[in-house]
Ligand binder design. Sequence first.
Ligand code: SAH
Ligand code: SF4
Length: 360
Amino acid sequence: MALNLLGLNRHELTRFLEGLGEKPFRARQLMRWIHQEGVADFSLMSNLSKQARQTLASHAEVSVPELVSEQVAEDGTRKWLLSLGQGNAIETVFIPEATRGTLCISSQVGCALACSFCATGRQGFNRNLTTAEIIGQVWWANQALGANGQNERVISNVVLMGMGEPLLNYEAVVEAIDILLDDHGYGLSRRRVTLSTSGVLPALERLRDRAPVALAVSLHAPTDELRNELVPLNQKYPLQELMASCRRYLDKAPRDFITFEYVMLAGVNDSDQQAQQLLRCVQDVPCKFNLIPFNPFSHSGYRRSSPERIRRFRDILMSAGLVVTVRRTRGDDIDAACGQLAGKVVDKSRRTLDRSGERL
Ligand code: SAH
Ligand code: SF4
């Protein structure tokens, strides 16, 4: 089978080209064609010799996921559904703002971690994405947004916050990060790529040494008791260890704070007392908070905290000197908001609905 060059970082591409007897510098040219010009057909790569184009065509391909649909929300948020074959599909979301354009990409088909308030978690898990499938989302968004061939970069930030837990697909994700950061790839700085994790600590330690990008951690609860229930992974990696890992991560991180994400669930995690507990929980970690009003989906069993409650919770954190933002809900009319991404997952995990966490 032909090798898909879409998912190779510069190092791998160079090795591949050397194996074909091609000059290593061709890796840079190829990456520019593929990622910056959006060209998938070798015959159109005009600065490669005819011979090189033919050799490439007989050993490799640039294969992107199939675009199934595009939806545009009233607020300009766009969502793409990409088919991966065998009944699986993933979603990618672009969120335009005045000063930046953020692309939210998926890392897995579904998610095995089963956080109780997350639509993706409810769907079960099928498989990890390949690096090509992760990068394919950025490739498609670039095409759809018309960035290719223009100087202006429409996508200024990429967040690994879509479907799946990126740190449970570590190898593919770090290679995708290589391509996002490569000047001949998408040319983003480490500050403009954010990985969001529910706290897979051994992989977080590896990320710190290998590809330390900006980090968001899904906290959602101030005590182990409640977090065990909302984020079952907490039973394996509890809060104290999570906080210690966050501190260590900051030694290498491109920003001097961790962003804690905290979904606001009415009557579950949004009381004044819980805000106080939260302050104690994070006291040793330089951080900012991003409060996310819960985005409902059918049979979730949760309600969003009221605006007054969210404001009050925010004020308690802020009065202790923390920087707190409340995430504006974007694209919810097309189910593109946080936690609403569902794609199509052929569930293979066959887990029960018991949330005791035993299966972890
Ligand atoms: N698995 C990773 C990244 C994907 S989830 C993680 O958990 O961090 C991206 C963010 O959306 C997480 O902070 C997650 O907790 C949040 N989220 C999930 N379901 C949500 C919902 N229904 N409403 C609001 N935010 C949600
Ligand atoms: Fe997975 Fe993140 Fe959803 Fe939890 S919140 S189930 S880790 S995608």
